[in-house]
Design a protein around this ligand. Structure first.
Ligand code: UD1
Ligand code: UDP
Length: 390
């Protein structure tokens, strides 16, 4: 991606949800001729957690893979920081772009901030207000240190404003993960995946990987019990994240005849499966957003969500463990919801909007806004964008 010229933009990815967020941004910057470098930290490394996304989403091969692998939070974050520092010093990018709320996001941001490299955060301002979630810590620190904050939903703007971040840094751009979903919609074929997995017409999909659900053996046992209650009502396909695999197996998860545990799936196959599902049970952030656009009922097994727009404008509903089986019964007997409103700016053009702002930041004379320096008044700061989209 970046052999001869100086790097203008360095993207840092590392975990599964980063890849669908980065793809449209990289594409849009590429079409503006901006010199980019793609870094993979190696936080996720299994073929089905990483490489498959590069193939299916048309992402360029990473220029650098830091190969950090797994570890405790401190070890993983520290390893990424050490390796990122060397890389940033060697490449001296003009802007670092980070995605979402994973450890790779936080670690790269900390290093760039200390080396005075400006940081752009894609998916800024989401808040669960639950600091027991490692992602919440990552979000708070990343946003505080970022110079460009790209928000995916209106409530994010409120949170950033409440935290004292100046409006000039914040851009309401829509959701690049939804850009990727819409760009691939024509490839999502429920019938093909159903046939491949030998599923009947009616099935549920579940994805479960939050530490609060799967890390502690007691929590895992509780989860298994309520998921078995779900499976008493409907076949449940579970592309299981490696995080909880051993603990869920030990708690007897795989034993129910209507639970079908499979390996993590490629993006196209997974969303084909989700598109044809009667209901999804999840604790994933991205899946709450994707089911909103696909119109598939989503039951989120968490006490709160940092993505409330998926409830107000989508199919998402928070459920407790105790309430899950009843919620499934309700969904299975309900009419299919029709004509839900789409969250503002989830229109497939977020990557383009981000690229416009980045080009302007870099002083690209060809960019829509004509290369004003950061901090100067620009078209479409967040307040105007929100007003015009609601
Ligand atoms: C990370 C993110 C989480 C995100 C999730 C997406 C952090 C703090 N958490 O959680 O926000 O929702 O990714 O999937 O960054 N493992 C493998 N193969 C892999 C990757 C991981 O076997 O390719 C196993 C390892 O045992 C590892 C465990 O999964 O210890 C957890 O991986 P890690 O990246 O630390 O956190 P996630 O739970 O994946
Ligand atoms: N996903 C996938 N295959 C799977 C499970 C999820 O392609 O087996 C995709 C999903 O569609 C979304 C992303 O992975 O695009 C979300 O990742 P994850 O749930 O791991 O992370 P989170 O969004 O919770 O941070």
């Amino acid at each position: 991606m970046s052999e001869r010229c100086a790097v203008q933009v360095m993207h840092v990815t590392g975990a599964r949800p980063n890849f669908p967020k980065a793809a449209p941004v990289i594409r849009a910057l590429g079409s503006r001729g901006i010199q980019q470098q793609l870094v993979h930290t190696g936080q996720h490394y299994d073929e089905q957690m990483s490489e498959v996304f590069f193939r299916q989403l048309g992402l360029p091969a990473p220029d650098v893979n830091l190969a950090v692998g797994s570890g405790s939070h401190a070890i993983q974050t520290g390893e990424i920081m050490t390796r990122m520092e060397r890389l940033i010093l060697a490449s001296r990018p003009r802007l670092l772009v980070v995605y979402g709320d994973v450890n790779s996001t936080l670690a790269a941001t900390l290093v760039a901030a200390k080396l005075a490299v400006p940081v752009a955060h894609v998916e800024a301002g989401l808040r669960s207000f639950n600091r027991a979630m490692p992602e919440e810590i990552n979000r708070l620190v990343t946003d505080r240190l970022s110079d460009l904050l790209f928000a995916t939903s209106p409530e994010a703007l409120v949170h950033l404003g409440n935290e004292g971040i100046t409006a000039e840094k914040i851009f309401f751009v829509g959701n690049p993960m939804i850009d990727t979903l819409l760009a691939n919609l024509h490839l999502l074929e429920p019938a093909a995946v159903r046939q491949q997995l030998g599923l009947p017409g009616r099935y549920a999909v579940a994805t479960l990987h939050r530490p609060a659900n799967v890390d502690d053996p007691d929590d895992a046992a509780k989860l298994v019990k309520v998921m078995h209650d779900v499976a008493d009502q409907i076949i449940v396909v579970v592309p299981l994240h490696p995080r909880g695999r051993d603990r869920l197996r030990a708690a007897g998860f795989f034993r129910h005849p209507q639970i079908r545990v499979v390996e993590p799936m490629g993006y196209i196959e997974f969303l084909g499966l989700v598109r044809g599902a009667h209901v999804v049970v999840t604790d994933s952030g991205g899946v709450q957003e994707e089911t909103t656009i696909l119109g598939v009922p989503c039951l989120t097994l968490r006490p709160e969500t940092e993505r409330p727009v998926t409830i107000t404008h989508g199919t998402n509903r928070l459920v407790t463990h105790e309430g899950l089986a009843a919620a499934i019964r309700e969904v299975l007997s309900a009419e299919k919801a029709s004509c839900l409103p789409v969250p503002p700016l989830w229109d497939g053009r977020a990557g383009e909007r981000i690229a416009d702002v980045v080009a302007q930041f870099l002083g690209d004379p060809g960019s829509a806004a004509g290369g004003q320096p950061v901090g100067a008044p620009r078209p479409a700061p967040w307040s105007e964008s929100v007003a015009s989209s609601s």
